[in-house]
Design a binder for this molecule. Structure first.
Ligand code: IVH
Length: 690
């Protein structure tokens, strides 16, 4: 990386007197653009808006044209995008993946049309108009009708190999269809992978409750999801694709872009037919852009403008390229959905899962016709990273249905009266201690009975995997909390028949049944109870391990962080979380109330621990090959050792069994050759009684 300069505020506008002046400004611009390329393409975490980036690039292009002596082959104007990530493996593109020149006003569109007509010596030119998607550009190569390689744009020449990841997107056919038109021997198509706005918001909400860092916008979420080393992560994310260019369709005569897109749909590839239109004059293009802008909010995906492309391939060829852009296409971008305003205050909201989220209270400002008065600030770490202070003038972005967020403070407008924000030490709803994670990304209130969380906690406590109280779901829990009958979890054990009958839609039969269910839950084992408490990071598995290690609830409550962290599978973070939970005096009181209500919390898990472990693998040597579903390789090997066996990495004369999962390799062949018994994972599980 060269010198890092986030934002040269002056470089984009600075007056130039001499070649020397120009050289300095050009260098500054190049440094800044390289840095922003890196933030955008490599880190998926841009720190400026697209419009600001375009402005820097336009200024650099202009200076390089005015001062040809300053042109260099490694200038960002010659490159597309950033450096590809090496870990994913690299793919050379079929011809370079270009980018589009961005324009922001009608005049520029008319000028584009005029240039095309002039150069093609035509009265009118056919164009195809499409949305400009705000996602991740990809190239797909189909060989003999089968998906062979998929890559990201990378630096335009070479991209990252994301084939296994792309294969997890349901909309991407692995085999092309043959419907009245045979697919070509080789097909190279390009398009955009994206995440829908609603799906992005859901994903972030889920991540927030799990204490994971949030994605800034759908584009970053799509990029982050696609560029995973583990494709199963990509598979778990809702990704989509639109194809919008054909780079090669060998043996298929295609004269126009629109014909090519039609062919794609027949081969089963997804094209946005609704918004792909042919026009032949500038007015029609401008009209399309207006309509698209009007519909922008209601589209499920994010777009940031319209793309206009010359339709006929022969004409495209005649027009050629200019630096990194084709001259036969432009992107007419929308006005940025951004505005500046002042942060009046930063307040903290307590979510239903106990996560505290700072929210900027803004001087109301209209963005894209909607008044914005609050913006999400995600978490303390984000606020510090962006250095947002109370009283700052800030740039706010609101795009589509995505919750408005603060892009950055306008540092130049500080008066000195701004105040940094500090996460409060006490929950603003219930006054319990706030627990802030070391990386400052997650702040939570852990009191089980915090009013902001009680409803959700009650539903969780009663859920099937926890205390298993049938009939105590979302609706019933809401009634109990809203009516004031339940102010803390343990109150459910004090409910009387009369209490329940005072609720709406509650008959005698239902009331009796619920009381019976609640009473039965007093016998649930400790592990289920621990899970039901909703201690951050304590899922069913950890709850079970805790019950194995600690014979009683009280023993666990008194365990030190060190004791907890020493446990296999419990890292320092989980240990911290458990210890913090039980350090809150009010949680301790609640545990006592549970006991007084008659919860016996039997613990068969600990009883089992006390018996000597059986050793069914005594004296056996086992080799694993291929992928296992239930255990990681390390866990499986450890299990073998625990049960008295030996796990080795290669097949030899001493090997008693080979356990083979999917994608088993050479070891499986060796085992067969030697006549060693091969077990499936299920057979192995049965053998060890798991
Ligand atoms: S055509 C030369 N069509 O914009 C043709 N690109 O700045 C280049 N993009 O890398 C691609 N929507 O990520 C094309 N309908 C569309 C597009 C589109 C979004 C993106 C794409 C590309 C970038 C070019």
């Amino acid at each position: 990386m060269t010198r890092i300069q986030e934002r040269p505020p002056d470089a984009a506008t600075e007056k130039i007197g001499s070649l020397d002046d120009a050289r300095k400004v050009v260098e500054k611009l190049r440094d800044a653009i390289r840095y922003h390329n890196y933030r955008y393409y490599v880190l998926d975490a841009p720190v400026i808006s697209d419009a600001e980036y375009d402005r820097l690039m336009a200024r650099l292009q202009e200076l390089e044209e005015r001062f040809p002596d300053l042109q260099t082959p490694d200038s960002p104007t010659r490159l597309v995008g950033g450096q590809p990530r090496q870990e994913l493996g690299l793919v050379e593109h079929y011809g370079s993946m270009l980018s589009l020149q961005a324009v922001y006003d009608e005049e520029a569109v008319r000028a584009f049309d005029a240039t095309c007509r002039q150069e093609l010596a035509a009265q009118s030119v056919d164009y195809v108009a499409e949305p400009k998607y705000d996602g991740v550009a990809v190239e797909l190569v189909y060989q003999g009708g089968h998906l062979a390689v998929a890559s990201t744009r990378g630096d335009g020449q070479t991209g990252e190999d994301v084939t296994p990841n792309i294969r997890t997107i349901p909309e991407v056919p692995l085999v092309l269809l043959h419907q009245d038109l045979a697919p070509p021997q080789r097909l190279v198509v390009r398009g955009e992978v994206y995440m829908e706005k609603a799906e992005f918001n859901d994903l972030n909400r889920r991540r927030a409750t799990q204490g994971e860092s949030l994605f800034a916008n759908p584009r970053n979420a799509a990029a982050g999801s696609l560029r995973q080393l583990d494709p199963s992560i990509t598979a778990s994310r809702p990704l989509h694709i639109f194809l919008y260019e054909v780079a090669a369709a060998e043996g298929i005569p295609l004269d126009t872009h629109l014909d090519a897109l039609h062919a794609l749909t027949r081969w089963g590839l997804r094209v946005n037919t609704e918004w792909t239109q042919r026009y032949s004059d500038a007015d029609a293009l401008l009209n399309y852009h207006r309509q698209l802008a009007e519909q922008r909010e209601s589209l499920p995906y994010e777009i940031d403008g319209a793309v206009f492309k010359v339709d006929r391939y022969a004409e495209r060829e005649r027009m050629g390229l200019r630096a990194r852009n084709p001259r036969w296409a432009i992107a007419f971008k929308f006005e940025a959905h951004q505005a500046t305003t002042r942060v009046k205050d930063i307040r903290v909201q307590v979510g239903r899962t106990g996560v505290l989220t700072p929210v900027a209270i803004l001087e109301p400002v209209a963005i894209g016709g909607v008044e914005v008065g609050r913006a999400s600030l995600h978490n303390q770490s984000e606020i510090e990273r962006k250095d947002i202070r109370i009283g700052d003038t800030v740039l706010v972005e609101r795009a589509g249905d995505v919750i408005p967020y603060v892009v950055k403070p306008i540092v130049e407008q500080r008066t000195g009266n701004e105040r940094p924000f500090q996460m409060p030490a006490k929950c603003p709803v219930c006054d319990a201690d706030v627990i802030l994670s070391d990386d400052k990304k997650v702040a939570r209130c852990d009191w089980v009975n915090c009013p902001a969380q009680l409803h959700k906690r009650l539903v969780h406590f009663a859920s099937r995997e926890a205390m298993d109280i049938e009939g105590l779901g979302e609706k019933r829990a809401e009634q109990l909390v809203d009516s004031g009958l339940v102010k803390r979890l343990s109150d459910i054990y004090q409910l009387t028949r009369e209490d329940l009958l005072s609720l709406e839609r509650m008959g005698e039969k239902t009331a009796d049944k619920l009381l019976q269910q609640i009473a039965a839950s007093k016998q649930r084992p400790l592990a289920r109870f621990l899970y039901g408490l909703g201690i951050p990071l304590v899922g069913e598995h950890i709850a079970h391990m805790l019950a194995e290690r600690f014979p009683t609830l009280e023993a666990l409550m008194d365990a030190s962080v060190e004791e907890l962290a020493e446990m296999e599978g419990v890292g320092p973070e989980i240990a911290q979380s458990i210890s913090a939970f039980f350090s809150e005096q009010r949680n301790r009181d609640e545990m006592q109330a549970m006991r007084q209500a008659g919860l016996s919390l039997p613990n068969p898990a600990a009883a089992q621990q006390a018996r000597p472990q059986p050793r069914p693998l005594e004296g056996l040597t086992i080799v694993f090959t291929g992928k296992l579903e239930r255990w990681t390789r390390e866990e499986a090997e450890e299990l073998v050792e625990q049960l008295g066996g030996r796990a080795t990495s290669s097949v030899s004369g001493e090997t008693d069994f080979v356990v083979a999962g999917p994608k088993a390799g050479a070891k499986l062949d060796q085992a067969r050759q030697r006549g060693i018994r091969v077990l499936s994972e299920a057979e192995f599980a049965a053998l060890v009684g798991r």
